[in-house]
Design a protein around this ligand. Structure first.
Ligand code: BG6
Length: 468
């Protein structure tokens, strides 16, 4: 039996753009997601098109009260969501915020508190205002820091008494792989120079540290974290060359955590920049700003991958944004994401060994095709034993990491209610404990149904992990 600490923050996670819908309501501006009907797998469109599932999402914007009530029924202690930047600053570069957008999140956070649930808020979750992408080229442009600063000042001030836990950028390292979705960078990936890409990274890192500084000034009690896409890398063979490849791949992800926790650039990146002829432009204040380090490190975990020095075998899989070489010993989901519960224990230990900071697992889960059935009592449900198995196996490894002495604040499953996928923009890739009746052709009633995993998670939470 595993012992989870008292006050462990059990819950679930979503992002505004994947569930809210109402993409034009109450003054919201367009976000980059409104022109990404195929996720990262297809080209963006000029303007929103009807086949874009995110325009309606799961209509969380209108149904959040019903949904939060269901989360409360499962016993959630925390609910992670994001603020849609373009609800607050529709174009991103306005001087004054949109009051209706601010009021929506006031109500949403109040609703969480009604049930004793802490909101955990991602400030920027793949939803840069489209205007900033098209007119400034997103984070390549240093002006973004000022727009982001105005946005964070606004929300930190407004929600000072409602939100304690904040994440500055979702999966900040993913900008290296999905520059439009992650960084609002309009230059097509194939034309984007490494110079511009890493300058954009620098701007985001400075903005993130600035947000941490401002957040603490506004509310010294606030806990502000970074959020990293974790994908532990194993050597494909025991060859030292493969191990060096592992180290290089890991560095590309650790870079982001290292700056957030240590407050400065690591030596291995300086070498990388030198060898790739990249010159990061620092303004005089940047070094000082970067010293505003995070209170905790959060991350998503879905899968691990392998690295090899063998050029022939370097063909990437289609995993969580980063790809990675497939591990021949692991099974995979219907979307080719390799399932590796032990990798979660490993990554928890690696982060903790490196940073000695509290960790928060803010995404983990299985995207699968679910079938709605009618049970013997006439209720619609999904018998999602595969999801229960996946989550149970991963939580057992969280239990192991706790035994290893790792400090873990909480665990929020990804897509605690079905939502639109980020990488493929589909609804049929479902993660939830709650089934939403909406399909990729736009059909469905939007009704919510409890899946079998709903009751399983409820027991896990009420027993504080003892039923695992
Ligand atoms: C993470 C993102 O990469 O993985 C989420 O932070 C995303 O936004 C999640 O939804 C799962 O990915 P997908 O592509 O299955 O939705």
């Amino acid at each position: 039996m595993y012992k989870f600490p008292e006050g462990f923050l059990w819950g679930g996670a979503v992002a505004a753009n994947q569930c809210e819908g109402a993409y034009r309501e109450d003054g919201k501006g367009l976000s980059i997601q409104d022109v990404m009907p195929k996720g990262i797998r297809g080209k963006r469109t000029e303007s929103p098109t009807e086949d874009n599932m995110k325009l309606v999402g799961i209509d969380f914007y209108h149904r959040y009260k019903e949904d939060i009530k269901l989360f409360a029924e499962m016993g959630f202690k925390v609910f992670r969501t994001s603020i849609a930047w373009s609800r607050i600053f529709p174009n991103g570069d306005e001087k004054e915020p949109n009051e209706k957008g601010l009021a929506f999140y006031d109500d949403l956070f109040d609703e969480c508190h009604k049930y004793g649930m802490e909101p955990l808020v991602t400030i920027s979750h793949y939803e840069t205002p489209l205007y900033l992408a098209e007119h400034y080229n997103g984070w390549v442009n240093r002006e973004m820091i000022g727009f982001y600063e105005r946005y964070v000042r606004t929300i930190f001030t407004r929600y000072k008494n409602k939100v304690k836990y904040w994440l500055t950028f979702n999966e900040i390292n993913s900008v290296l792989h999905a520059p439009f979705m992650s960084g609002g960078i309009n230059t097509p990936k194939e034309n984007l120079s490494e110079q511009d890409l890493y300058q954009a990274v620098h701007h985001e890192l400075v903005a993130s540290a600035l947000a941490t500084k401002i957040g603490h000034e506004i509310n010294p009690e606030a806990k502000i974290g970074c959020m990293i896409l974790s994908m532990p890398t194993y050597p494909l063979t025991p060859s030292p060359d493969d191990m060096i490849e592992v180290m290089k791949e890991e560095h590309m992800n650790y870079f982001f955590g290292d700056v957030h926790v240590r407050g400065r650039y690591p030596g291995y990146m300086k070498r990388y920049f030198k060898e790739h002829n990249i010159k990061i432009h620092f303004e005089p204040e940047d070094e000082e700003i970067l010293k505003n380090t995070v209170d905790f490190v959060s991350f998503s975990y879905y899968m691990s991958c392998c690295a090899t020095a063998d050029k022939e075998k370097q063909k990437k899989g289609n995993g969580n944004l980063l790809g990675g070489v497939k591990n021949p010993t692991l099974k995979e989901s219907a979307w080719g994401w390799q399932i590796d519960p032990k990798g979660l224990r490993y990554v928890l230990n690696m982060f903790y060994d490196r940073y000695q900071k509290p960790l928060f697992i803010v995404e983990n889960g299985l995207g699968a095709v679910d079938t709605l059935i009618v049970d013997e009592n006439g209720n619609k449900t999904v018998e999602d034993d595969y999801r229960i198995q996946y989550l149970n196996d991963h939580l057992v490894q969280v239990g192991e990491a706790l035994l290893d002495g790792v400090e873990i604040m909480g665990y929020t499953t990804w897509g605690c209610i079905d939502l639109v996928s980020a990488s493929t923009a589909e609804l049929k890739k479902r993660y939830g404990f709650i089934y939403v009746d909406r399909n990729d052709d736009g059909s469905g009633t939007l009704e919510r149904y409890r899946k079998k995993s709903f009751y399983w998670y409820k027991d896990v939470i009420s027993s504080n992990g003892k039923t695992l």
